[in-house]
Design a protein around this ligand. Structure first.
Ligand SMILES: *[C@@H]1O[C@H](CO)[C@@H](O)[C@H](O)[C@H]1NC(C)=O
Ligand SMILES: *[C@@H]1O[C@H](CO)[C@@H](O)[C@H](O)[C@H]1NC(C)=O
Ligand SMILES: *[C@@H]1O[C@H](CO)[C@@H](O)[C@H](O)[C@H]1NC(C)=O
Ligand SMILES: *[C@@H]1O[C@H](CO)[C@@H](O)[C@H](O)[C@H]1NC(C)=O
Ligand SMILES: *[C@@H]1O[C@H](CO)[C@@H](O)[C@H](O)[C@H]1NC(C)=O
Ligand SMILES: *[C@@H]1O[C@H](CO)[C@@H](O)[C@H](O)[C@H]1NC(C)=O
Ligand SMILES: *[C@@H]1O[C@H](CO)[C@@H](O)[C@H](O)[C@H]1NC(C)=O
Ligand SMILES: *[C@@H]1O[C@H](CO)[C@@H](O)[C@H](O)[C@H]1NC(C)=O
Ligand SMILES: *[C@@H]1O[C@H](CO)[C@@H](O)[C@H](O)[C@H]1NC(C)=O
Ligand SMILES: *[C@@H]1O[C@H](CO)[C@@H](O)[C@H](O)[C@H]1NC(C)=O
Ligand SMILES: *[C@@H]1O[C@H](CO)[C@@H](O)[C@H](O)[C@H]1NC(C)=O
Ligand SMILES: *[C@@H]1O[C@H](CO)[C@@H](O)[C@H](O)[C@H]1NC(C)=O
Length: 775
């Protein structure tokens, strides 16, 4: 069976096993499969050719490992530039099948098909319990389907009911692409009367298998010289302290004898930590010399264990592409290939992101890279370190969210509540909690309850943000309390001589601050800008953007006839905007900020459609900035394959977004510098944008279909119209503090009582495990 015979088929096989229509799989990325990217001439691989992308069980990061869908999509999403990896297991009747584990429990439906089939066997000296392929003939496995083995991935694609594949099915799919067979358990199969050597020799005769790997040196010796001459043998290193059961030597020991390995194999595969060692607290250490050692022994070296949705060392800022670049485009070396469950990201890293001139600055062209609290993915929000990193990483615009101190100093901070941004509950200011219903229903310690001297004192430390902590993803622990806050004046001075196209100042809670605290924030901001010379500055002119979700603030600024660019933040849930509301917005704003989900709304992590919002905003002549882009793999919807670069690429190519607001400016900057999106018809398929809604369409009609979207409100004129901005009541004037700030009954904000409320009510929400990292 060849790919073309099922390419257009719908429904597919009968009986217990039903196949999806496969045509859709080819459309997950829009546009045709272009040619591979023009390769920069030299890679520091052994051959000098581009490193190989090896798709482990196909695109197993999305579809069940070793399934037809996983293999087909691995090829279609990478212009066929991928080697298909199959973990070979043998059935009772000696047929080779592809399955990620010797135990079938997690990667198939075997438990449901044969509930009584559990057995215990000795595997490499260890007793192991579960369902083993040696107990089933190929025909008895017809009723078993492949399932997603990794708990953090969606299991919805299990409902495609995909059958277990024979090794020969995979060599058929591969057509002109290459196939890599990995044999983990030759000794085990031999102990059960099955001859893996014989099977592999029979299958590799045709020459469709280009690579054979095994962690058992004895197995490679048994086929060495007996396979097709073009087939490369690769010795696979496992954990350094474990032993190769065929030689009883540890992998760590075998590593010291590469010249011996070379007599059997033409390459080695190592876990990625062999190359870039990782500390117990998950930071990488300087690279080992292993790549150079292997190359000087004449061995190719492949790195394993890449996946976009696994925790990677903090040095990579949660960006899987950055990790690949350390292996394929390091200053000193390149591995000869990477084994990945998300081959698209690996292919893009190699084809479009190596050999970029990182010292060339961006031109500040579209899309604008707008920081979100500075480079808050790497350092605590709005600190000097976060802003410096944003500048170093090539942000075009840095942002400051204005909060006010009790002595009326405007400062940059992502939240009005110091619980969110500092360790305040561990300081002498912990008794300053109060409740302000206009801000939040629970107690907080607010910036306006501390002076600037107190906020900048060494007792109070900034705290790194953790927007994905419910998934146990915390940010850069080494710097979790590093840096110092900026006053607005410090921020303006800092930004002045930096290579930025502009700054963005964000005004929130202005009405509350005017009515309840007597602060005129708009006035404070305009005064600070003029004091810092942003009004009369002629050289290195920076665009000043002022952002608010309150139209009254922008209307007020518009009346002042400043040169500032006014940016309106749209409500987070809207899916469209009425024509009349846009006429109103246009009166006071030049640009708008929208949430990502207002453009591509999701249901259970699947994008369901593209809304009309962008089209309507654009026809009103408004620039559109989308927020907030985050690298953590849980942030993009499934459609972007846990890779924020795919997400950014899709917003750029599909909706031509004018600005990207991000916690990780470096990732966006590198995207803007890629060497592929300018290639026109020659752009490789892995740089095509995702095809919106196709994953959900794949599930259409199955039990796994995500629920329909709830209706999204349409922005209307009444949303946009607010009462005029109040003039600030003088501070401490009678009635000033009382207006809208009455503390909740029984929750006196004074002293340790409130602190007790806070500890009881808030801290338990942080899991005990991560409390120490978050605070
Ligand atoms: C199955 O998955 C669970 C959870 O991820 C894991 O603990 C277990 O070791 C896996 N079992 C096998 C046989 O892979
Ligand atoms: C796998 O190969 C077998 C034998 O050639 C064939 O009957 C079957 O249809 C193939 N399965 C798929 C999904 O291509
Ligand atoms: C397994 O098959 C190979 C190749 O046919 C053969 O050389 C070898 O002796 C066989 N091993 C056993 C234990 O039968
Ligand atoms: C390795 O150790 C096992 C168990 O002790 C033994 O059965 C086997 O013969 C040994 N193999 C070699 C090559 O020494
Ligand atoms: C490398 O392995 C071979 C075969 O086991 C052995 O003869 C040789 O002494 C080893 N060399 C070193 C340096 O350990
Ligand atoms: C990784 O990050 C840590 C913490 O910032 C740093 O100490 C270390 O040098 C980094 N590793 C490399 C290889 O740069
Ligand atoms: C990489 O190259 C740099 C500069 O050439 C050198 O200092 C460093 O030791 C090299 N690292 C390795 C692992 O070879
Ligand atoms: C990299 O960019 C810088 C700045 O634009 C330029 O001066 C330099 O020549 C570039 N290097 C290469 C190798 O193109
Ligand atoms: C915080 O500041 C507000 C406004 O000035 C004031 O009403 C409140 O009493 C203060 N709370 C504490 C605990 O100092
Ligand atoms: C810009 O304005 C500031 C404050 O208004 C003033 O101190 C400064 O001298 C002005 N600079 C120029 C070049 O006019
Ligand atoms: C699902 O299929 C139905 C009927 O074929 C179609 O009307 C609907 O638009 C599809 N939904 C999606 C999300 O593709
Ligand atoms: C405007 O939208 C709000 C909520 O977004 C809704 O309550 C209100 O009824 C809408 N008004 C009109 C005139 O559609």
């Amino acid at each position: 069976m060849t790919t073309s015979s099922w390419g257009g088929g719908g429904g597919g096989g009968g009986g217990a096993v039903r196949l999806w229509c496969c045509g859709l799989l080819l459309m997950l990325l829009s546009g045709g499969g272009g040619a591979a990217a023009q390769r920069p001439p030299a890679y520091k691989t052994l051959s000098g050719k581009a490193p190989l992308v090896i798709a482990k069980g196909g695109f197993s990061g999305v579809f069940p490992d070793s399934s037809q869908n996983a293999y087909v999509f691995a090829l279609s999403s990478t212009s066929g530039d991928t080697t298909l990896w199959c973990d070979v297991q043998l059935t009772k009747d000696g047929v080779g099948i592809c399955l990620r584990d010797l135990l079938m429990n997690n990667c198939t439906s075997i438990k449901q098909a044969y509930p009584a089939g559990e057995k215990a066997y000795i595997v490499n000296g260890q007793r192991s319990k579960g369902w083993f392929p040696i107990d089933y003939t190929i025909s008895s496995l017809q009723s078993v389907i492949l399932t997603q083995a990794i708990w953090s991935r969606t299991d919805k694609f299990d409902f495609a009911y995909l059958p277990i594949l024979a090794v020969t099915n995979v060599t058929d799919f591969a057509k002109s692409s290459s196939v890599w067979l990995n044999i983990e358990h030759d000794i085990f199969y031999r102990q059960h009367g099955l001859n893996m050597t014989k099977y592999i020799l029979s299958i590799s005769k045709g020459g469709s298998v280009q690579y054979i790997s095994s962690p058992e040196l004895g197995f490679l010796q048994s086929i060495s010289g007996r396979v097709n001459r073009k087939t490369k043998l690769v010795f696979r290193f496992l954990d350094a302290t474990s032993s190769d059961p065929s030689s009883n030597q540890t992998y760590g020991y075998l590593l010291s004898n590469l010249t011996f390995i070379k007599t059997v194999a033409s390459g080695i595969m190592v876990p990625k930590e062999y190359i870039w060692p990782v500390t117990t607290n998950n930071y990488i250490q300087p690279a080992k010399s292993i790549v150079r050692d292997a190359h000087s022994a004449g061995l190719e070296i492949y790195a394993s264990d890449f996946a976009n949705d696994r925790t990677i060392p903090y040095n990579y800022s949660y960006d899987p592409l950055e990790e690949y670049l350390h292996f394929v485009a390091s200053d000193n070396f390149s591995v000869d290939g990477v084994l990945s469950e998300f081959p698209l990201t690996a292919a893009a890293a190699i084809g479009c992101f190596t050999n970029l001139n990182v010292s060339s600055k961006t031109d500040h062209g579209s899309p604008l890279i707008i920081s979100h609290n500075g480079a808050s993915g790497d350092y605590p929000d709005c600190t000097d370190l976060a802003y410096q990193k944003a500048v170093d990483d090539g942000a075009d615009v840095i942002d400051c969210s204005i909060q006010m101190t009790s002595d009326g100093v405007p400062v940059c901070m992502s939240s009005i509540n110091l619980f969110d941004t500092t360790n305040v509950q561990r300081t002498s200011f912990s008794n300053r909690a109060s409740i302000f219903k206009d801000i939040q229903p629970t107690p907080g310690i607010f910036t306006f309850n501390l002076t600037w001297a107190e906020i900048s004192s060494s007792d109070l430390r900034p705290k790194i943000s953790s927007p994905e902590s419910i998934y146990y993803l915390v940010r850069n622990p080494v710097y979790r309390n590093a840096g110092n806050f900026f006053r607005l004046s410090d921020f303006l001075t800092f930004a002045k001589d930096k290579d930025l196209s502009g700054i963005m100042i964000i005004i929130k809670n202005a009405v509350f601050m005017a009515n309840s605290l007597g602060f005129d924030v708009v006035d404070s901001v305009t005064k600070a800008l003029s004091d810092a010379g942003y009004n009369n500055q002629t050289t290195k002119a920076k665009e000043v953007m002022i952002q608010s979700e309150d139209s009254a603030v922008l209307v007020n600024l518009k009346q002042l006839e400043t040169k500032y660019k006014l940016v309106y933040t749209l409500p987070s849930t809207i899916g469209d905007a009425s024509a009349s509301s846009l006429v109103d917005v246009k009166k006071f704003a030049d640009a708008v900020i929208v949430e990502r989900e207002s453009i591509f709304p999701e249901s259970q992590g699947f994008i369901m459609k593209e809304t009309n919002l962008v089209k309507d905003l654009r026809s009103a002549g408004l620039a559109i900035y989308a927020q907030v882009f985050r690298n953590e793999f849980v942030s993009p919807p499934w459609d972007f394959f846990s890779d924020v670069t795919v997400e950014i690429n899709s917003y750029v190519q599909l909706v031509n977004i004018d600005g990207i607001i991000t916690d990780f400016p470096k990732t966006v900057r590198r995207y803007k510098m890629n060497s592929c999106t300018g290639l026109g018809v020659n752009m490789p398929s892995y740089m095509n944008p995702a095809e919106i809604g196709v994953l959900a369409q794949l599930l259409n009609g199955s039990q796994a279909q995500p629920p329909a979207l709830a209706p999204m409100p349409v922005l209307n004129s009444s949303d946009v119209t607010e009462p005029p901005f109040p003039s600030a009541a003088p501070k401490n004037a009678p009635g000033g503090a009382a207006n809208g700030s009455t503390p909740a009954p029984g929750a006196s904000p004074s002293g340790s009582q409130a602190a007790a409320v806070m500890r009881a009510g808030i801290l338990p929400m942080v899991t005990a495990l991560f409390a120490s990292l978050l605070i």
